[in-house]
Design a binder for this molecule. Structure first.
Ligand SMILES: CC(C)(COP(=O)(O)OP(=O)(O)OC[C@H]1O[C@@H](n2cnc3c(N)ncnc32)[C@H](O)[C@@H]1OP(=O)(O)O)[C@@H](O)C(=O)NCCC(=O)NCCS
Length: 324
């Protein structure tokens, strides 16, 4: 049975950077009080990239995909599977993956979206791994892409300071050499209400609330508990110990969640990739963007054992353990 090996990665962030100070000044014009000190202390976030009006997830995804394909040395025509993880698709349908496929110039590959919010990339990567392991695909493109700024209530300081826009991608290839060793996905739909966007379209009109709402403390508690258990479980299934992990690439929601998790798993800080300070929470894009950053600056190397973890709305969570 072939492994799915990660042979390339890429990322793309919209050029507009908004610092905490700039955001605080903007919110102050509407009498909403926040500060760089509050945001940095509670979340570790210092800035976020925000897409210009009209920029879509598929546009960000295409740029990240092009970087990943170039890095992998794979042409778009060679792809037989394209999965986009997003909660901010361009349209209700066609899927963002089909739009990306057309823009890349591929015809014929299976293309579909995965909706698992901030766990989306880990869900999509696990799905692509299953396609490759079963022989149903040989070259897969997996993307996480979001224009999360479009579903934020910019009058809610408890959420709007936390998120940003971006896209990250990886290319997987069927290989006899070890690649993805193990993966585990979980969900608990009974916790849907702690993080949701409860709007939909009825009779051509948006009904309900189209903005992100969150019980921050409930999400915090659930995230650390679920991710710690998932990390242990995926390592047990793969027959490796937590000490053997070279790099942990967790979902980039909050530096306090990441530090708490690192301590719980007894992973030293220098093994944990952090980009939340620069990108804020880019939902499905956060893990591939962090993974790509650490590959490109030479931290993640050939042969390294990497644990990627996602957690988010649904409630969903999951882990992928990969040998580079
Ligand atoms: C959101 C989060 C940073 C809030 O931190 P917290 O310590 O739990 O803060 P609280 O929600 O208890 O709010 C404390 C106070 O800060 C205020 N506050 C909230 N957002 C603020 C902001 N941006 N600026 C200033 N004050 C703010 C609250 O109104 C509250 O004020 P009060 O005490 O007068 O009522 C934290 O709960 C968190 O990170 N949760 C996880 C969120 C997450 O990662 N979500 C995505 C998962 S995929």
């Amino acid at each position: 049975m072939p492994y799915a090996k990660i042979i390339g990665s890429g990322g793309y962030l919209p050029p507009r950077v908004v610092s905490n100070d700039e955001l605080a000044a903007e919110l102050a014009t509407r009498q909403i009080e926040t500060s760089d000190a509050w945001i940095t202390e509670r979340t570790g976030i210092r800035q976020r990239h925000i897409a210009d009006p009209g920029v879509t997830s598929s546009q960000l995804a295409v740029k990240a995909a092009q970087h990943a394909l170039a890095d992998a040395g794979v042409s778009a025509e060679e792809l037989d599977l394209i999965i986009v993880a997003t909660s901010t698709p361009d349209f209700i349908f066609p899927s963002t993956a089909c739009l990306v496929q057309a823009e890349l110039g591929n015809k014929g590959a299976a293309a579909f979206d995965v909706q698992a919010v901030c766990s989306g990339f880990v869900y999509a990567l696990t799905t692509a791994d299953s396609f490759i392991r079963s022989g149903r695909a040989k070259h897969a493109l997996v993307i996480g892409a979001e224009v999360f700024s479009s579903i934020l209530d910019w009058n809610d300081r408890g959420t709007c300071v936390l998120f940003g826009d971006g896209a990250g991608a990886v290319v997987l290839k069927a290989s006899e050499e070890p690649g993805i060793l193990e993966a585990e996905l979980n969900a608990d739909g009974s916790l849907a209400n702690i993080l949701h966007v409860a709007g939909n379209v009825v009779d051509g009109k948006v009904t309900g609330d189209p903005f992100l709402r969150m019980d921050g403390q409930a999400v915090f508690k659930q995230a650390v508990t679920a991710l710690a258990a998932s990390a242990q479980s995926v390592c047990d299934k793969a027959g490796v110990s937590l000490e053997e992990i070279d790099w942990m690439v967790p979902h980039q929601a909050n530096v306090r969640i990441i530090n708490f998790l690192g301590r719980k798993l007894k992973l030293s800080d220098d093994k944990v990739v952090i980009t939340v300070d620069q990108h804020a929470n880019t939902s499905a894009a956060s893990v591939p963007l962090a993974f790509d950053a650490a590959r490109r600056d030479g931290r993640i190397k050939q042969g390294d054992l990497v644990l990627m973890q996602g957690v988010g709305g649904g409630f969903t969570w999951g882990s992928v353990l990969a040998r580079m």
